[in-house]
Design a protein around this ligand. Structure first.
Ligand code: PMP
Length: 406
């Protein structure tokens, strides 16, 4: 694993090779979105140049070809996450839309007054607000499982919160703010003991780790293509077959119907029941190319490389001092959330940007978590497989310089 060739990987990502403010770009905002390898850019461009047509119309060869590429992309995702059937893969705009589809459907078909929905204190707004709305619509109650001082789920309390009223457990696989990797298998296992439906937000996990639907055994798992080196505007909702059958459609219109009269309509079979309108065909094809790209590299080596970057980051932070870290869980992705002295995170972000370093600052769409931590936000450096040790060193050199301005 020491052999992971990051220089070679970097050559696959054209965007990385540029200057910002006259300095080489150091892109450390990978939790927000990842950069795209040339093969993904080419797949999208080739689709539009050679194969563009609407799908599932079956009237001509181009349409047949586009349909074939689109459905091949679906089965590629199926194998990537080890789902049983390709019709369990529903195309969405991304994680946010996928959670909205589940929450709104369950509010209509499953939730009743007095039911409880458990989320955790580290959720992204995308896994909070749709459940708030679902609770308001159905008379259910939102219950928040707390985290400990390291930013890990407080498991004993989570287990106490589970009871016969728990209808849904919706939790993140990995925290985008703290980097915590949740033991989702155990979370799902415990939820099943009380018969709750499990929804896992895989937005941050999917780009870094192998996920296996049949092993995880959750009811729903969702993620965005753009965090996985694929394009924006495409994401995935995976669901257990029976759960998807029971879930009402999110949007209605073309493609998702079987028959329509002026009075009523019947729904198409899975997965089309959830895919009203012309889908993001190029997005699906781009995401499929990203999965092929990942299959061609040493993913275990990449994950080990990211952990080494994280460890180096922690080491340099200790040497530098004056850094308060947020998120020190034992199992963590390479996400480094911190504050520099008492400087405002956005000031630190601006000073880093002037030195070519891209980080994210603020609440990271986890305002309730920030309230729990008693801070307005953090500076977040999030690493991907194409980041280097030198870039970590450049981050700390830039922080040292920034300190002199603060
Ligand atoms: N959940 C988590 C944990 C995330 O990190 C993100 C993206 N920041 C989302 C949900 C939302 O993803 P998207 O904006 O792609 O829908």
């Amino acid at each position: 694993n020491q052999q992971f060739d990051v220089d070679k990987i970097r050559q696959d990502f054209p965007l990385l090779n540029q200057n910002i403010k006259g300095k080489p770009l150091v892109y450390l905002d990978n939790a927000a979105t990842t950069q795209k390898p040339q093969v993904v850019i080419d797949a999208i461009s080739q689709y539009y140049a050679n194969s563009n047509a609407n799908v599932h119309r079956g009237a001509h060869s181009l349409s047949d070809h586009a349909t074939e590429l689109f459905e091949k992309a679906r089965s590629n995702v199926q194998h990537f996450i080890n789902a049983e059937y390709s019709h369990q893969i529903i195309w969405t705009k991304g994680t946010t839309e996928a959670i909205n589809m589940i929450a709104s459907g369950l509010a209509q078909s499953h939730l009743k007054p007095g039911d409880e929905i458990i989320i955790s204190a580290m959720e992204h707004h995308a896994n909070i607000v749709p459940w708030q709305v679902a609770a308001q619509r159905s008379g259910a109650k939102l219950v928040v499982a707390p985290i400990n001082e390291k930013g890990e789920l407080n498991f004993p309390v989570y287990k106490i919160l589970l009871n016969e009223r728990t209808a849904i457990v919706a939790m993140t696989h990995v925290s985008n703010t703290l980097g915590t990797i949740n033991d989702v298998k155990e979370i799902v296992h415990c939820a099943k003991q009380v018969g709750a439906i499990t929804v896992i937000d895989g937005a941050q996990a999917i780009g870094h780790d192998h996920v296996d639907m049949q092993d995880l055994d959750c009811d729903f798992y969702v993620f965005s293509g753009h965090k996985l080196f694929g394009p924006t505007g495409i994401g995935v909702l995976y669901g257990k077959e029976d759960r998807l059958e029971q879930l009402p459609p999110f949007q209605t219109g073309g493609e998702m119907i079987q028959t329509v009269t002026f009075q009523e309509a019947t729904w198409n079979a899975l997965p089309y029941k959830f895919e009203a309108g012309t889908p993001n065909i190029a997005g699906a094809i781009g995401l499929s190319a990203a999965i092929d790209y990942l299959s061609g590299i040493d993913r275990v080596g990449a994950a080990a490389h990211e952990q080494r970057l994280m460890n180096y980051c922690i080491e340099l932070a200790q040497d530098m001092g004056d850094i308060t870290r947020y998120g020190t869980a034992k199992n963590r992705m390479a996400i480094f959330s911190f504050l520099l002295g008492d400087a405002h995170p956005s000031d630190v972000g601006t000073l880093l940007n002037q030195q070519g370093i891209a980080v994210r600052t603020g609440h990271h769409c986890t305002m309730p978590l920030m309230n729990e931590l008693g801070i307005p936000g953090t500076v977040r450096a999030s690493f991907s497989l194409y980041n280097t040790q030198e870039e970590v060193a450049m981050l700390f050199a830039a922080l040292t310089k920034a300190k002199t301005f603060l």
